[in-house]
Design a protein around this ligand. Sequence first.
Ligand SMILES: *Cc1c(COP(=O)(O)O)cnc(C)c1O
Length: 413
Amino acid sequence: MSVTSALPTDVLRQQDPELAEILLGELRRQSTSLQLIAAENFTSPAVLAALGSPLANKYAEGYPGARHHGGCELVDVAERLAVERAKALFGAAHANVQAHSGSSAVLAAYAALLRPGDTVLALGLHSGGHLTHGSPANFSGRWFDFVGYGVDAETGLIDHDQVRHLARNHRPKAIVCGSIAYPRHIDYAFFREVADEVGAYLIADAAHPIGLVAGGAAPNPVPYADVVCATTHKVLRGPRGGMILCGTPELAERIDRAVFPFTQGGAQMHTIAAKAVAFGEAAGPAFAAYVHRVVANARTLAALLEAEGFTVTTGGTDTHLITVDPAPLGVDGRSARGRLAAAGIVLDCCVLPHDDGRGLRLGTAAVTTQGMGEPEMARIAALMAGVLRGTVEPARAREEVRELTGDFPPYPA
Ligand SMILES: *Cc1c(COP(=O)(O)O)cnc(C)c1O
């Protein structure tokens, strides 16, 4: 298999064959198994090139035109380009592209708007909230007083009545909307209305859907939220990293100061350059077509999984993300994940709205980047059901995954 377009490893292979072998092995794993983890994707060779560039050498604390280091003339241009592209892509008045990750972006948003001990209303962790939405294992749960809203046990949809009720009762300083597992569009206008009623800030944590937003396949939270936190590496298909957007300029300075110097040090200029490349890619018609195919594939896959007997949360999806309960096939989420992994089908477990058990969470961003469509979704659904029912031998399933992925190399030679 040719891997050189994704990994120019000649130098590495000569100097450090031990590590080069690990990188090549990982590329082989990604290319020969099915990447259905909803938060993953394949970045372009151009994004990888920016990540592996000498911008990695540059120290650049501060912001363009106001750095604490010399020699920032060119990286300033790169960061301004990333900021301008992000603003244009999402219709934002302000963009901070320095957040090292989605979690760092949320930390900075809280730092900009809240004081320790403030009350925050967010989707509960058992309903699909992220660690940064009040987990006791995370800074958020330690430093703020989180109140969790949930999803309806039957429909799996966010319980709007409960959101309104809890907001009126607890008078939170901020309301967070966003999830790691919610397959439907979020009604940002509703959350804005509730936030206004109780005088709370609205923070949209759009880490998952922001790539769909870029291509016009999901509603844009920027006009509604005071602050939008996002990642650049999920459906958006950029480098691992975070981003913060504001619809108006009012909070711009507070957000920037909350990122640096409050919660971070020097910006990662190679990552920021790679973000600029990804924003450039996402602005084109090919990316819009891509995200619409991502959603079409997810809808197809959800319907096929339901036909195979899986219980599909909310009965389907609006996005790239699907959560299912495999219990009707006679297996719980955790063992299902293990059996599928052995067949080369890589996905995650997740919480389920209707019980304490675990379900499966999967997404179509990566396989769609590879060029897979409806016929491949049918093969994937049949394989998943076959593996879990035990009607397809594990070795046979692994071989079929190899054949399928062999026709769709993520980094063609
Ligand atoms: C992925 C995600 C994050 C965190 O992103 P990291 O880059 O892993 O820190 C935060 N919030 C939500 C809703 C997410 O889906």
